[in-house]
Ligand binder design. Sequence first.
Ligand code: PNS
Length: 160
Amino acid sequence: MPPVTAIYPGSFDPVTNGHLDLIERGTKIFDRLIVGVLRNLEKEPLFTLDERVEMLREVTRKWPNVEVDIFDGLLVDYARRRKARVILRGIRAISDYEYELQMALMNRKIEPQIETVFMMPAETYSYLSSRLVREIARLGGPIQGLVPAVVEQRLRTKVL
Ligand code: PNS
C-alpha cells in the first residue's frame, strides 16, 4: 500500500491542546499529516495567519511526519494538489457531528476519491474549543492546560 497522507484542516485560532491531541493520534496512523490552516478572508481572527502557522510549527516540531501549511479555496482541491487521500477531522461530542457529517458528505460529493476520517480527542478536551479559549483569555480567565505554553504566553500579550 502506498504511503497515506492526511490533511488536518482548520482555523487554529489558536491551536489548542485538543488539536494537538488529535495531531498526535494522526501521526500514529498516517504516514504524513499536513496541518492545513485556512486563509479565511471573511473571518476576523485573533491571531494573524503567520502567527497561527508559527505557533503550530513550534508545537508540532517534535513530529517529523507533520507539516504545517496554508491553504485557500476548496479543501478537496487542496487535498488533491497535496496528494492527500484523507481529510482528518476531530469530533468532540455529538453536537459536532451534524456539521461535520454535512461537510464530509459535501466533500465526498465534490471529490469521491478523498475520505474523511473522524477521530475523537481525549475526553479531557471534549469541552475545549479555540473560541472559548479566546473568550476566557479576553476576560482574564485561566487558560493553563487548555493550550500549549507558547500559545498561553502569546494569548496573554495579545489580550493585554
Ligand atoms: O476550524 P474550522 O473552522 O472548524 O475548520 C473549517 C474548515 C477549514 C475545515 C472548513 O471551513 C473548510 O474546509 N473550508 C475550506 C472551504 C471549503 O472547502 N468549503 C466547503 C466545505 S464542504
